[in-house]
Design a binder for this molecule. Structure first.
Ligand code: ARG
Length: 458
């Protein structure tokens, strides 16, 4: 007969439908390595504190290492009657080491145990995502460095606005990801606290040493036992970081969907990072970048999911908290999948400087004329009007600003007779920028150097 851990006070075994809704083992088996890591620390502490004998602690730790080996080899089996990963690991430990396995849970509850497992998972995930983010940032810098002189139109309202250096544009994404990195580092910090010692909710009469267990795990110890088993802020922090990153990657993805369209023609993805159509032989689609857009939805949903799960929960463990894991797993998987594909997809793409440069000329240079007048003491509003009239005139004639004769420029405003025509090129325009953080080549070189220096610290 298969009795649950808590079967002592029950007259019958669980109904099958109850067992199914109650069990978390189908998804929390993923926590097994973390559960075992926590149990090894707990067993070690129990031995050091004399709560179990040194010999018993050794047997527990050796048995747990054997279970870990099985987990890593994919040999670890579970059944629904195990209910959750904690029970499954303890059952398997018993099969290896016998009766002493029953002592492992002394001074501990599944409530502090599951909270610890999720802390360990989130700490590990935040670390892995941070490392992957650094890779993505490195790819952005590398591609920026390789395309120092390429110009493209910058947009506002998705209308051509002013020329930018492509490197400047790519470095904008670098800054975005730098902030994301900070969020993941903070999420890792938040996860780095051990709830062990809280037991069910109020602590334990056993002479445990939670600070020692935390130390063994490289963590800070709990402060308040009730808070330690009730809070999932660290998981929210990670889900928030994932959601914000997801939104950023969706914006970047949308940009590449536009850039690789025939209408823009700014870039082509490598075949290895594109897919085709089952019916239209000519198609080459930017699916991965579309999925960057698409995954922002579930990442946002996962954050919302846990926020709503936690809303209104009284302090202390409630089974609602079992719903915390799947959104976290899903967000971590989605983010890691995107960051795994991004660096090489970016490095292997081809840019098309000619259409980019073309879009960066023409009326995208109009601000240069107005700024020139303003530098000459013409009030900016007046300068703006004069150049606006000039643009309208060009549209009527069907010509570009650079096609206008000096006499026509002077007609719009006398000061324009001295306008240096080389400013009416995308390169002239970007080189003319002076302000901090601008798209001028000097500014972009400074940004590149700072970005490299930052990456060297990681
Ligand atoms: N499977 C549970 C969870 O994921 C573990 C904690 C169970 N604790 C309890 N008191 N039933 O939250």
């Amino acid at each position: 007969e298969n009795r649950p851990l808590w079967g002592g006070r029950f007259g019958s075994t669980p109904a099958e439908a109850f067992e199914r809704i109650n069990a978390s083992i189908p998804f929390d088996v993923r926590l097994a390595p973390f559960d075992i890591e926590g149990s090894i620390a707990h067993a070690t502490m129990l031995g050091e504190c004399g709560i179990v004998s040194g010999e018993e602690a050794d047997r527990l730790v050796r048995g747990l290492r054997e279970v870990l080996r099985e987990v890593e080899a994919g040999e670890f089996g579970w059944t629904l009657s195990d209910e959750d990963v904690h029970t499954a690991v303890e059952r398997r430990l018993g099969e290896h080491v016998g009766a002493v396995a029953a002592k492992l849970h002394t001074g501990r509850s599944r409530n502090d145990q599951v909270a610890l497992d999720l802390h360990l998972f989130c700490r590990d995930a935040a670390g892995r995502i941070s490392a992957a983010l650094v890779e993505a940032m490195d790819a952005l810098v590398e591609v920026a460095e390789a395309n120092r002189t390429v110009v493209l139109p910058g947009y506002t309202h998705l209308q051509r606005a002013q020329p930018l250096l492509l490197a400047h544009h790519l470095l904008a994404h670098f800054e975005t990801l730098r902030r994301d990195l900070r969020r993941f580092e903070a999420a890792r910090e938040a996860a780095n606290r051990s709830p062990l010692g809280a037991a069910a909710l109020g602590g334990t009469p056993h002479p445990v040493d939670p600070a020692r267990t935390a130390e063994l795990l490289g963590m800070e110890p709990l402060v308040n036992s009730l808070d330690a088993v009730s809070e999932r802020d660290f998981a929210l922090d990670l889900l928030y970081a994932c959601a914000v990153l997801g939104v950023h990657l969706s914006r970047l993805g949308e940009e590449w969907v536009l850039w690789t369209s025939a209408e823009f023609g700014f870039a082509t993805l490598a075949d290895a990072f594109s897919s085709g159509s089952s019916i239209m032989p000519q198609k080459k689609n930017p699916d991965a970048y579309e999925l960057f857009r698409g995954k922002a939805g579930r990442l946002t949903g996962n954050l919302t999911s846990l926020l709503v799960t936690l809303k209104g929960l009284p302090p202390g463990y409630s089974k609602d908290l079992q719903e915390d894991k799947e959104p976290v797993f899903d967000s971590v998987d989605a983010v890691l999948a995107m960051l795994a594909v991004f660096p090489e997809m970016l490095r292997s793409a081809t840019f098309h400087p000619e259409p980019m440069r073309e879009g960066a000329g023409g009326f995208a240079l109009a601000t240069e004329l107005a700024d020139f007048l303003a530098k000459r003491g013409v009030p900016f509003r007046e300068a703006h009007h004069a150049v606006g009239r000039l643009v309208r005139r060009c549209e009527e004639l069907g010509v570009e600003l650079e096609d206008l004769l000096e006499s026509e420029l002077a007609g719009a405003h006398p000061e324009l007779s001295e306008f240096p025509k080389d400013l009416l090129t995308p390169e002239g325009s970007v080189a003319n920028k002076r302000s901090l953080g601008s798209t001028s080549p000097e500014s972009v070189e400074r940004q590149l150097a700072a970005a490299r220096a930052f990456l060297d610290t990681r």
